[in-house]
Design a protein around this ligand. Structure first.
Ligand SMILES: Cc1cc2nc3c(=O)[nH]c(=O)nc-3n(C[C@H](O)[C@H](O)[C@H](O)COP(=O)(O)OP(=O)(O)OC[C@H]3O[C@@H](n4cnc5c(N)ncnc54)[C@H](O)[C@@H]3O)c2cc1C
Length: 573
């Protein structure tokens, strides 16, 4: 049960004659919360008489029991001790009512330590996971029984729906000398979304701009004129891109992919579009992923990192300013893949209310930080550090077929395809017959082949175009491992890559000694297509099919909600 820290101003729609209107009645309380400090009271009253709604911000006390009953209990219910896996998608944890659950259970504790001793020891979490009836237990009881480390759960929580709410919360925190923590999804591996004693801004209910089937904005002709200064299309076009999408500060990649797919599907766009998002559907599309740089799913080698996709940022600063920042000058030199930003402009909203139609963007007059610094800090400076990201305009690029290429013994062994499994067994048997140097040469040849494929393709006779069209944020270079390379190109690049691999294997010493082994090794790089995967229209289409067929056959529907682009890996301790 959550208790109100301070009852949010109780507001209902103004009546026509504004008699007994709680907004007008509470104007002195509301003024600093919903409007800029310098806005005249009569202007606010004028606005309030015209508008029908003004939603209040509600700040509540956090109950650690909610965390125990919702996060820890759900975790325990789906936790498999043997595999150390939670067979429950992060989407479910994000949506638990308390808003306190995170990808890693231990991130409810200081520094995500699962033990009072810290380090890798997880004795407190072991003890917690052994509790069978958390529903009838209190946090304090389990904490003393399991010797919990200090909690990192916030003291207060709010679920802002719009910029006015965020800014009201920032002002409230300032007035009350409370620190702020910001959370989109709770995916932070270091628990950076939660802080003891803080007011958590849980962004999951924030306006979902990327939702529906009309959210791709094409920059046809002279471009879409957003407003006098901030035309995202001008920059998009300078980067050779023809469209963008606006994404809300609490949205997941699943939301964005679904909106892009739906907008593509309508069939009224000049081409099909794709984007460079994160690999896991439940990761925040505008939160920590972006603030940390944003690794994509192979697309970054052609299109750049997440931070390279931004055309414009809308943020709330710690002083309560509501600001949009965007490049207005850039160096388009041949030596750069993308134009290099040389000047950034900022616009400030002078009417911070829920209804965006009323926002009034003007050149900023009293920013305490330069637009360039905001632009730099928010694009890689670390989530939750400099500002609250409220929305991002992401450029989109032309969609090409998406192909997965599986590599390594691990990939063969894990394949749902019987031929590949058998191949992996045959190779392992062959290695047992051979000397150690054969194994060493195979490992080295494989790793160097992948390095050349990505960084010196000419050495192995692969075109630069084919090389650049493939990538992988978490490349596995180990022969025994499970490697997947994602490639996007109009024509399949697989024949070129497999031919290069066959040539490479033929040129080894081991091929001279054991042609049978060499033949088997030439099959270690396999196209997803040949084992029943794709080609797909995008990564978003691939990942669900892959998880359904390979990682969680038979259990997919129990783990992931319907209608999401799924997430992987699953939450952990
Ligand atoms: C299962 C899984 C898969 C992943 N896959 C990828 C991947 O493919 N590519 C990749 O690059 N990374 C990946 N990551 C890492 C991920 O990008 C980071 O953990 C990232 O910090 C998550 O951001 P979030 O907003 O989703 O999470 P949160 O934990 O909610 O936030 C992380 C940080 O961002 C801050 N933050 C959140 N929202 C906002 C906001 N609106 N404004 C300002 N600050 C905010 C928080 O305060 C916190 O500091 C993955 C992580 C997991 C757990």
């Amino acid at each position: 049960m959550m208790n109100a820290l301070r009852p949010g101003p109780s507001i209902s729609s103004p009546t026509d004659n504004n008699k007994n209107n709680p907004i007008i009645d509470n104007i002195d309380v509301l003024l600093p919360e919903f409007f800029p400090p310098d806005m005249k009271k009569e202007d606010v009253e004028f606005y309030l008489k015209k508008t029908k709604t003004l939603s209040p911000i509600s700040i509540t006390n956090v109950s650690k029991n909610d965390w125990l009953h919702q996060c820890a209990a759900t975790f325990n219910k789906y936790y498999n001790l043997k595999t150390n896996q939670v067979l429950r998608s992060e989407f479910y944890f994000i949506n638990e009512p308390s808003g306190l659950c995170a990808d890693a259970l231990s991130c409810a504790f200081d520094k995500c330590y699962g033990s009072v001793k810290g380090g890798n020891s997880t004795d407190s979490i072991d003890c917690l996971n052994n509790q069978t009836d958390l529903a009838s237990t209190t946090y304090d009881d389990v904490a003393s029984m399991c010797n919990f480390p200090p909690s990192s759960l916030p003291e207060y929580i709010t679920f802002p729906k719009n910029a006015a709410h965020v800014i009201a919360a920032i002002r409230y925190a300032k007035q009350n000398n409370v620190q702020i923590s910001i959370k989109s999804t709770g995916h932070s591996y270091t628990g950076a979304h939660t802080k003891a004693g803080s007011l958590m801004l849980n962004m999951r209910n924030y306006t979902k701009y990327a939702s529906g089937n009309d959210k791709i904005i094409e920059c046809n002709g002279s471009g879409v004129q957003d407003d006098i200064l901030g035309d995202a299309c001008i920059l998009a076009k300078a980067r050779g891109k023809d469209a963008y999408i606006r994404v809300g500060g609490g949205q997941t990649w699943s939301d964005v992919h679904i909106a892009v797919n739906a907008s593509n599907a309508v069939g009224n766009l000049s081409k099909m579009y794709d984007l460079g998002g994160g690999g896991s559907g439940s990761v925040g599309a505008a939160g920590g992923w972006l603030s940390g740089g944003g690794l994509s799913t192979g697309y970054e080698r052609i299109h750049g990192l997440g931070i390279d996709q931004i055309l414009e940022l809308e943020v709330a600063l710690p002083d309560g300013s509501h600001v949009r920042v965007f490049p207005i000058e850039w160096n388009n030199s041949e030596e750069y893949i993308n134009p290099q930003t040389t000047k950034v402009a900022a616009l400030c909203n002078t009417i911070v209310v829920a209804n965006e139609d009323k926002w009034d963007w003007q050149p900023c007059t009293d920013l305490t930080v330069s637009p360039e610094d905001i632009w730099l800090a928010q694009r890689g400076g670390g989530g939750g550090t400099f500002a609250v990201t409220l929305s991002v305009k992401y450029q989109l690029f032309q969609q090409y077929p998406f192909q997965a290429i599986f590599m390594g013994l691990g990939a063969l062994a894990a394949s749902s395809d019987e031929k590949s499994k058998d191949l992996s067994k045959q190779i392992s048997e062959k290695f047992k017959e051979n000397k150690l140097w054969v194994w060493e040469e195979a490992k080295r040849t494989y790793a160097l082949f992948l390095v050349d494929l990505l960084f010196a393709p000419e050495k192995i006779g692969v075109s630069e175009e084919a090389s650049f069209s493939c990538g992988q944020a978490g490349m596995n270079y180990q022969f025994i491992g499970y490697g997947v390379l994602y490639c996007i190109s109009a024509e399949s690049v697989f024949p070129e890559i497999i031919a290069a691999w066959e040539r490479t294997i033929k040129g080894t010493q081991l091929a001279k000694e054991d042609t049978g082994l060499a033949h088997l090794l030439s099959k270690v790089v396999i196209s997803g297509e040949s084992i029943g995967f794709g080609p797909y229209s995008s990564y978003a289409d691939f990942i669900g099919d892959f998880l359904r067929k390979v990682e969680y056959p038979g259990t997919y529907n129990d783990i992931f909600p319907d209608d999401v682009i799924p997430d992987a890996p699953l939450p952990a301790r």
